[in-house]
Write a protein that binds this ligand. Structure first.
Ligand SMILES: C[S@@+](CC[C@H](N)C(=O)[O-])C[C@H]1O[C@@H](n2cnc3c(N)ncnc32)[C@H](O)[C@@H]1O
Length: 356
């Protein structure tokens, strides 16, 4: 059975010029590489190379195999690029969108819950820190000034958000951040490049969070840490309770799921970090509890963050028939009702792991 690894094996041997060089490129031992080669030759029932004077010369069958292998690998790579393009277009449709209201909401969200999420967002001086999926820089403008002697590279795929982030950082005269456009699934950085990685409210929107975590781990130095912050809509409860409000929240969970994300991802930070083999993992829940005695949170969290988020997805959820217009309107009204003498609870999860 010819496998993709066999195609890579033969094209790499051709490129590298020898078995030992190819073994280095493929991170294999020379004997593992010879074994794979023998397996391939026996499954094809033909020799790929003439083995003479320690030289590897392609046989006629070997030349044909090499030609086809190059074509197939190139087609595979083109297919990957085309899928990547589709993903980028879909990003433009990610459920919160990139409107002015959403920009405002992200800033309100970050500032209203800063004390809960960021009292411990500090890293040793002189660290190089990657912020993955920085959006409009709502977290960046909190964490960068808290770590004035470290440098941040903040990346996102949305050019529009990056421009907004850069201008808000400039306004605050913050000088230790560089913004770059990059896909967190395929980062343009070498292995072991960053001392630490920070990612907030991003994994909930990607269809393959484990793939993203693997990529973030790749660019992280051994001994470096990853910090992940995510919400979990299943952690929401409030007074007065309302089935319509619960249905409105569930509509966002369902919509996000249809778009490949997971609005209840907070509870899975620990197992996800474990799957990617981070060590010394610690996850703390950061519960936001709001009542009348906390007027800033009533405004900043219940109204401007949480209910604004549900309002922001209402139109799309109704258009996709996930929820009726009536239930959504009543649900939003009931969520706002919790700001008038009621109470509201929501839990964010902040996890940290070390690359060993
Ligand atoms: C909800 S926003 C959070 C932004 C910021 N971290 C915050 O907490 O305010 C999610 C961000 O992830 C970005 N994003 C999603 N998929 C991405 C990808 N594959 N590569 C880079 N950024 C991505 C989106 O463009 C968006 O700006």
């Amino acid at each position: 059975m010819v496998e993709i690894r066999h195609l890579k094996l033969i094209t790499t041997i051709h490129k590298a010029g020898s078995l030992s060089e190819a073994a280095k490129v493929l991170h294999l031992t020379p004997s593992a590489l010879s074994h794979q080669l023998k397996q391939l030759e026996s499954s094809l029932d033909t020799a790929i190379f003439y083995r003479t004077n320690n030289q590897l010369l392609f046989t006629p069958s070997g030349k044909e195999f090499l030609k086809s292998a190059k074509e197939i690998l190139s087609q595979l790579s083109q297919m990957k690029d085309r899928i990547q393009d589709i993903e980028e277009v879909q990003l433009e449709k990610y459920i919160h969108g990139f409107s002015q209201e959403e920009t405002r909401r992200l800033y309100d969200q970050a500032s209203s819950i800063e004390q809960f999420l960021h009292w411990d967002s500090t890293w040793p001086d002189d660290s190089l820190i990657l912020e993955a999926g920085c959006g409009v820089g709502a977290q960046t403008k909190i964490i960068a000034p808290k770590n004035p002697n470290s440098k941040f590279i903040a990346v996102d795929l949305s050019e529009k958000s990056l421009k907004q982030a850069a201008s808000s950082i400039q306004e605050l005269d913050i000088k230790n951040v560089v913004f770059q456009k990059a896909d967190i699934k395929k980062l343009p950085y070498a292995d072991n490049h960053f001392d630490h990685v920070f990612v907030c409210f991003v994994l909930e929107h990607v269809s393959q969070p484990i793939q993203v975590l693997k990529e973030l781990k790749r660019v992280l130095k051994t001994g470096g840490t990853i910090t992940v912050i995510e919400g979990d809509h299943g952690s929401t409860y409030f007074y007065p309770d309302s089935v319509d409000a619960q249905n409105a929240i569930q509509a966002q969970v369902n919509l996000q799921q249809q778009n490949g994300g997971n609005a209840n991802i907070g509870r899975s930070i620990f197992p996800m970090l474990q799957t990617v083999d981070f060590k010394d993992i610690i996850v703390n829940p950061r519960q936001i509890y709001v009542d009348e005695s906390k007027p800033k949170l009533v405004e900043g969290f219940i109204k401007s963050t949480f209910t604004a988020m549900i309002k922001g997805i209402a139109e799309e959820a109704i258009a996709k028939k996930i929820i009726s217009k009536e239930t959504m309107s009543k649900g939003i009204k009931d969520l706002l009702q919790t700001a008038n003498g009621g109470t509201f609870c929501y839990t964010f999860f902040k996890g940290k792991g070390t690359k060993s």
